[in-house]
Design a protein around this ligand. Structure first.
Ligand code: C2O
Length: 550
């Protein structure tokens, strides 16, 4: 592969949406941020220079980071933040992945404006396992806040109040015509008839899983999280924050007398409030004789149909359709036997309200928090990976993260009385090459809710999923160990469970968390430590000399 260099200057940039102008934090004055393009096997060298007053880190979401954990990016997990005036150069190779991923800030809520696509093309002499598309188009979903999102998360942490929701969803930074003061900020996808387009869909939103659909068009799903899947057709899909999905869009054979809405709207069954609004863009057929796009005023606008906001069954149906390609060229290396089994509850809970504060929780002396196995994870004040590598874990983290919940209960039924969680910076230690099975069980302590779980440093196979309580005596019989989807972010069903498997063959400290930022901030996160293997090529190299210090 070749080496590709990028420079990310983190700087302020004025952006106006919904008639509100804000000075946002951007990369190179672009919103959304610049595309990072590579072929499988290429090395990326990205110098990030911080010109703003906030601390910054950048995460290359879904990049495996094999023996390059120092370049992963989550603040206080693999690195200390890049402070004002400092820089850090991320250096990593894209190995065995092709498709679409995303990069985003991984500190506080800066992802609100710091995100962009990672486009991974096949190796030079390899082709796609589907017809070569005429054009490839990144489609990024995001959220727009009229206020500073940093103020929103500050309040959510202090009082456990559900966040003031964002003011719009966006497609490539644009809210579209269904919002006030926004019709000029509409994304337009201009196409020719009779062609195949590859849409690279990315959900970079902070807090919302989204349904997506294009009026009167069918989409063929071909890739999820930079892994090919068995192609299937659908008229709508669900994409959670952190997920990416490549779809083929076949345009109509001749010019239709219509413009088609492409739209996204949230899926949500949880606690708190949400903006149940719709971002829309236009799919427009460009007739060579109609140069002006004002001609769209004369054609019918066809609406996209989207599932209801709480359509949990539509979400589960879509998840079940995703299967690995699992052929000779792109095998699915599913661990067939497991050495370590874990059972983690994920969900919301409560913590005591700080003194002299009014809290929003089930009672006025509690605030919302979130946890894994009743541990609400606290970020340390120095990076765990540094502490681990230099043998200085004392006072930074402990390695006693529970393998199962402290007290078993009816997870999807009436919760027990004592649901207060404990705080801690606790990790699980895995020997190199451990094959892991992890069952993630949603709890209904404060109502069932879907959690898009993201694992850093690995892809995992989704071998099973179901509703209700996971039954270890019955459910494993239904596991798919042949062609399960392989990805880095998957939804734990609301009121249900998800079983994943992965091989811990990448030394380092790896974050795992809900990719809804409000849940992450409330503590729905933990860390795995994967030890070095015996061979020289199974060890984590020392950090680069410019690694930021805390
Ligand atoms: Cu996309 Cu830990 O994040």
């Amino acid at each position: 592969g070749m080496t590709r260099h990028y420079t990310f200057n983190i700087k302020y940039h004025n952006v106006t949406r919904l008639c509100h102008t804000r000075s946002i934090i951007s990369v190179n004055g672009q919103f959304p941020g610049p595309r990072v393009v590579a072929r499988e096997g290429d090395r990326l060298i990205v110098k990030v220079v911080n010109h703003v007053t906030n601390n910054v880190t950048i995460h290359w979401h879904g990049v495996r980071q094999i023996r390059s954990a120092w370049a992963d990016g989550p603040a206080y997990i693999t690195q200390c933040p890049i402070q004002t005036g400092q820089s850090y150069t991320y250096n990593f190779t894209i190995t065995g992945q092709r498709g679409t991923l995303l990069w985003h800030a991984h500190i506080s809520w800066l992802r609100a404006t710091l995100y962009g696509p990672i486009i991974i093309l096949p190796k030079r002499n390899e082709s796609y396992p589907f017809d070569k598309p005429y054009r490839e188009i990144p489609i990024l979903f995001g959220e727009w806040f009229n206020v500073d999102p940093e103020a929103v998360i500050k309040q959510a942490l202090q009082t456990g109040a559900g966040p003031n929701v964002s003011d719009a969803y966006t497609i490539n930074g644009l809210p579209g015509p269904l919002y006030n003061c926004s019709s000029k900020d509409t994304y337009k996808l201009k196409v020719k008839p009779g062609k195949t387009y590859l849409l690279r869909l990315i959900n970079a939103a902070l807090n919302d899983e989204l349904f997506f659909s294009i009026a009167n068009h069918t989409l063929t799903v071909v890739d999820a999280d930079a892994v090919y899947v068995k192609p299937f057709e659908t008229d709508k899909l669900l994409i959670t924050p952190g997920q990416t999905t490549n779809v083929l869009l076949k345009t109509k054979p001749s010019y239709p007398n219509a413009t088609f809405l492409m739209a996204a709207r949230p899926y949500f069954v949880g606690q708190g409030t949400i903006d149940n609004s719709t971002v829309a863009g236009f799919l427009q057929y460009e007739h060579p004789s109609h140069r002006s796009s004002s001609s769209i005023k004369n054609v019918t606008l066809l609406n996209a149909t989207l599932p209801a906001i709480n359509a949990t069954n539509a979400v589960a149906d879509f998840a079940r359709k995703l299967r690995s390609l699992a052929n000779a060229q792109f095998p699915a290396n599913v661990p067939q036997t497991v050495c370590s089994k874990f059972f983690f509850t994920v969900g919301l809970g409560t913590n005591p309200c700080p003194k002299n504060t009014t809290c929003q929780g089930p009672s006025n002396v509690t605030k919302f928090s979130a946890s894994v196995n009743n541990v609400s994870f606290v970020l340390p004040s120095v990076a765990m990976l540094q502490a681990y590598f230099f043998g200085q874990s004392n006072g930074v983290y402990t390695t006693d993260f529970p393998a199962k919940p402290p007290v078993p209960f009816n997870y999807t039924g009436t919760p027990p009385n004592n649901t207060n969680v404990s705080n801690g910076t606790r990790a699980v230690v895995l020997q190199f090459n451990t094959s892991v099975e992890l069952v993630l069980q949603d709890t209904s302590i404060l109502g069932a809710e879907s959690h898009p779980l993201h694992l850093h440093g690995f892809n995992f196979f989704v071998v099973g999923q179901g509703f209700g309580n996971y039954d270890p005596n019955k459910d494993p019989a239904s596991f798919n160990l042949v062609d399960p989807v392989e990805r880095n972010t998957a939804g734990v069903p609301a009121g249900g469970w998800l079983a994943i498997r992965f091989l811990a063959d990448n030394p380092g400290v790896w974050f795992m968390h809900c990719h809804l930022d409000v849940h992450t901030s409330w503590g729905l996160r933990m860390a795995w430590i994967v030890l070095d293997g015996p061979e020289p090529n199974q060890k984590l190299p020392p950090p680069p000399s410019d690694l930021p210090m805390c």
